[in-house]
Design a binder for this molecule. Structure first.
Ligand code: FAD
Ligand code: NAI
Length: 467
């Protein structure tokens, strides 16, 4: 029987990154993946394909709505969804194939099949064709998550769909109703709205993207209604969802408790994701799960079985690729005897709508509820030269700083390219910068990044220059 120093179960961004880091550190490493391609949710049915079609749809929308302002005129701008999906599939394939190369380069053995614990130092890997038993000193469970299902609502994968099917529709729907106004609902709703679909969002809570700073939720709602004609129903309680022929019938109660019936072409269920541990046989080795099915780990990401670790979506915390990656690196370094560092307060959160949304650190609501005294500095993109030249005038940057020390506690932005801009805030906060530190750093002109400097000037001393 083959024996490894480390076996990683699951090849998403948590799993494959931890395998690479372990191999770099000299551990004899294997990775097990039950799907035919490596890369997990992120590469196959998550981050990469969604960003590919977000990009295509935004170009089409821009060509239709904005090119003429620049003097660029077309006789007939049309859209070929088949071509968009083929491009997306090609990008996914190339990215996943890149992982095969990285596994080879780092001499990581790849096993295809479902991993199942036999005892705390061995697993079987079962595929259609064979069953392999392999041993290891350490394991990392990185089995990710699956879309959460709503009780009594059957995802038929044709008309009532999850993000996985929404990433591969063969037609542009006339109408799409999205249950859940979180990250997936906003991103995939934006894709189809740009292509001409009438989007209705039914959200249970009183805010869209309710884990973000509420100022971002409100601004995003306004922008989606203004730019993409979203119909957004908050405080909506969905009761039933049924496929009838080529339509979906949805019933529920609106915020005034009136019964509403919708008839639509497709219904996207995007009400969160749940940890995935099926088939691992965790009972057999006594690994403890929380009430919501997440694997319980300590501060070093160790489960209650001392040689088995867990990372990524299958444990607590934000379900984000870069969070899974950081945890993967952490465990690889920890079991190699290093003293790694991971600051959960500084995991940025991004939504790839247009304009984009990005956030790091504490929200204003969190600061209020923990009684921390803070100052706020904000700056609208419309006051920025760079935004005027590109026509990206929506949104703002908001910097929250400690009232006394001026240390930056949170940065929340909605605007052009803020997905990239947020890194400045993460770096500053990692080094515990004050708002004044950012305000005194020279930012190139004209760039979107000047909005961060101006917001920091406002947070520090209420002295933004361009407003
Ligand atoms: P996963 O990526 O879910 O990988 C787990 C892997 O484990 C899977 O390949 C699975 O087949 C395998 N597996 C499970 N059980 C077994 C077993 N018993 N044996 C062998 N293999 C097994 N995050 C971002 O940060 N940015 C984004 O832009 C973004 N966009 C997203 C868009 C969509 C539509 C979705 C659905 C998610 C998106 N996410 C994004 C979230 C991101 O995809 C996840 O947070 C990330 O993939 C989690 O990584 P992971 O390694 O924990 O698990
Ligand atoms: P989410 O947690 O972002 O949003 C789910 C929404 O559904 C919430 O607003 C919630 O209030 C609502 N909801 C729950 N039950 C409901 C019900 N019965 N009726 C109506 N609304 C209901 O989850 P989502 O959008 O499914 O995404 C899953 C995960 O994937 C997220 O945690 C996110 O981090 C990750 N992801 C990240 C992306 C990124 O980083 N850009 C992109 C897409 C997904």
């Amino acid at each position: 029987m083959k024996k490894y120093d480390l076996i990683v179960i699951g090849s998403g961004p948590g799993g494959y990154v931890s395998a690479i880091r372990s191999a770099q550190l000299g551990l004899k490493t294997a990775i097990v993946e039950k799907y035919s391609s490596l890369g997990g949710t992120c590469l196959n049915v998550g981050c990469i394909p969604s960003k590919a079609i977000l990009d295509s749809s935004e170009r089409f929308f821009s060509a239709n709505k904005h090119f003429s302002e620049h003097g660029i005129n077309f006789n007939n701008v049309n859209f070929d969804i088949k071509k968009m999906m083929e491009r997306k599939d090609k990008i996914v394939k190339q990215t996943c194939n890149g992982l095969n190369f990285l596994m080879k380069k780092n001499k990581i053995d790849v096993y295809k099949g479902t991993a199942s614990f036999q005892n705390k130092s061995s697993i079987t890997v079962n595929s259609d064709k064979l069953s392999n038993e392999i041993q290891s000193e350490y394991f990392i469970i990185a089995t990710g998550s699956k879309p959460t299902e709503l009780a009594g609502i059957k995802n038929d994968k044709k008309r009532i769909i999850s993000s996985t099917q929404a990433l591969s529709l063969k037609e542009v729907p006339n109408e799409l109703i999205i249950i859940g106004g979180g990250v997936i609902g906003i991103e995939l709703g934006s894709v189809y709205a740009r292509l001409g679909t009438k989007i209705t969002v039914l959200e249970y809570s009183d805010y869209l993207i309710n884990s973000f700073d509420k100022s971002l939720s409100k601004e995003l709602k306004k922008i989606l209604i203004k730019n993409l004609s979203f119909d957004i129903q908050l405080n909506f309680e969905v009761k039933t969802v049924k496929s009838v022929g080529n339509k979906v019938i949805i019933t529920g109660l609106n915020k005034n408790k009136e019964e509403i019936i919708y008839k639509t072409d497709y219904c996207l269920l995007s009400v969160g994701r749940s940890p995935y541990t099926k088939g691992l046989n965790l009972n057999k080795i006594g690994i403890k799960l929380s009430a919501s099915g997440k694997i319980i780990v300590d501060n070093n990401l160790k489960t209650n079985v001392s040689n088995i670790f867990a990372i990524g979506d299958v444990i607590d915390g934000p379900m984000l690729a870069h969070k899974a990656e950081e945890e993967g690196v952490y465990v690889a370094e920890y079991i190699s005897g290093q003293k790694p560092h991971l600051n959960y307060n500084l995991i940025p959160n991004v939504i790839y709508s247009w304009p984009e949304v990005a956030s790091v650190g504490k929200t204003e609501q969190e600061l209020i509820s923990s009684g921390i005294k803070y100052k706020v500095g904000d700056f609208p993109f419309k006051a920025l030269g760079r935004s005027r030249v590109s026509g990206d005038l929506d949104g703002f940057v908001k910097v929250l700083a400690d009232e006394i020390s001026d240390e930056i506690l949170g940065v929340h932005m909605i605007g052009p390219r803020v997905a990239d801009l947020i890194s400045e805030a993460v770096v500053a906060m990692e080094y515990r910068a004050s708002a004044e530190d950012i305000a005194r750093i020279c930012h190139a002109h004209p760039t979107f990044s000047e909005a961060i400097k101006e917001a920091a000037l406002n947070a520090s001393e209420k002295r933004a220059l361009h407003i």
